[in-house]
Design a protein around this ligand. Structure first.
Ligand code: NDP
Ligand code: OXD
Length: 321
């Protein structure tokens, strides 16, 4: 008996979202079932039991009447949650070491970049200026991680290993060795007061949209060797109020920012972020989703489910992540 088809719906645009590459990978790891790259003709949508997706168009998934599971090919499910016609079947997100470690690399790179005064040093080199400044140790700074989930936990562990003081904030209370943990809106201010470098790894939900704003930046710790607190956002662009970030960089409420995500992506050419001297900008590539790793992860979960096991990393739709 032919197994139910897996439909691939990928609207990404960048290199690692090449639909043909994903199709080739899935055809290899799901040899026992048809893999259909959408849009396609000449097949019956009722034969689709699994969908593997990245930013499908709203309504696209509703065409599959016998869908059993949706596999989001990234960690963040905000684009899917915005689709009011999203079929009411389990929605699985990515949580794999490959992606987690890529994000850890990004966070460590950017925390170290600000800690080691790289913006100042590159500007000095540009100006051929030999002007060393005192370099404090990592233990002089406290890194605050918003979102102590799969990605935040790994980053926290690594930063602690380097010697930074690490504090974390999540929705529910957590206990992490060596990390001072805060939870919920009631403890947000206490968390911010202890934070010199703020790393945002939150999912985008109705509760977190716009959370990175002036009111929040004003509560960050202000008397570290950095002079002013630093923001690093690799969560989602809509977590941040971009006008507030620019104004806070300009008036010194923030000392610098590393931004991987933006309200509008690709970032419009007219954005002041492109040339802002206090901004280190990357094009939403903090942690790429690797087709080899993720297709294997999806195929493993399907095999597990069909053998009577449970799905892993199922999104709680009530929470939105
Ligand atoms: P997880 O679901 O594992 O973790 C989310 C964390 O955020 C949890 O600790 C959760 O709290 C916390 N959280 C959620 N809502 C709130 C809230 N209202 N108040 C306080 N804390 C909250 O997600 P991941 O770590 O896997 O991924 C995080 C995000 O990173 C993704 O959603 C995505 O947007 C982004 N991302 C960006 C990438 C990039 O390349 N820039 C790549 C991959 C992901 P609790 O522990 O209590 O549940
Ligand atoms: C993700 C992303 O959510 O790539 O995985 O942003």
């Amino acid at each position: 008996m032919t197994k139910g088809a897996l439909a691939l719906l990928i609207h990404g645009g960048t290199d690692n979202w090449s639909p043909d590459r994903w199709k080739a990978r899935f055809a290899e790891v799901c040899r026992d079932r048809p893999v259909v790259l959408m849009p396609a003709t000449g097949f019956d949508p009722a034969e689709v039991t699994y969908a593997a997706v990245w930013k499908p168009a709203p309504g696209e998934l509703a065409a599959f009447a016998n869908l059993k599971v949706i596999f989001n090919l990234g960690a963040g499910v905000d684009a899917l949650m915005a689709d009011p016609t999203l079929p009411d079947v389990p929605l699985v997100r990515v949580a794999v070491d490959d992606l987690t470690n890529r994000m850890m690399e990004y966070v460590v790179l950017h925390v170290l970049m600000h800690h080691r005064q790289e913006l100042y040093l590159r500007a000095s080199q540009e100006a051929k200026r030999w002007a060393p400044k005192y370099q404090w140790p990592a233990s002089a700074l406290s890194v605050g991680i918003m979102g102590l989930g799969t990605l935040g936990m790994r980053a926290a562990e690594m930063l602690r290993g380097i010697g930074f003081r690490v504090v974390g904030w999540s929705r529910s209370a957590r206990q992490v060795e060596g990390v001072e943990c805060f939870a919920g809106s009631g403890e947000l201010e206490a968390f911010l007061r202890r934070t010199d470098i703020l790393v945002c790894l939150l999912p985008l939900t109705p509760d977190t949209r716009g959370i990175l704003n002036r009111e929040l930046f004003a509560k960050l710790h202000r008397s570290s060797p950095l002079g002013a607190p630093v923001l690093i956002n690799a969560g989602r662009g809509a977590l941040q109020n971009e006008a507030d970030i620019l104004a806070c960089l300009d008036d010194g409420t923030l000392g610098a920012a590393s931004l991987d995500v933006f309200v509008q992506e690709p970032l419009p050419l007219s954005s002041p972020f492109w040339s802002h001297p206090k901004v280190v900008l990357t094009p939403h590539n903090a942690a790429d989703t690797d087709p080899d790793e993720i297709s294997k992860y999806v195929a493993r979960q399907i095999a597990q489910l069909e053998a009577g096991g449970a799905l892993e990393n199922v999104v709680d739709r009530g929470r939105g992540y």
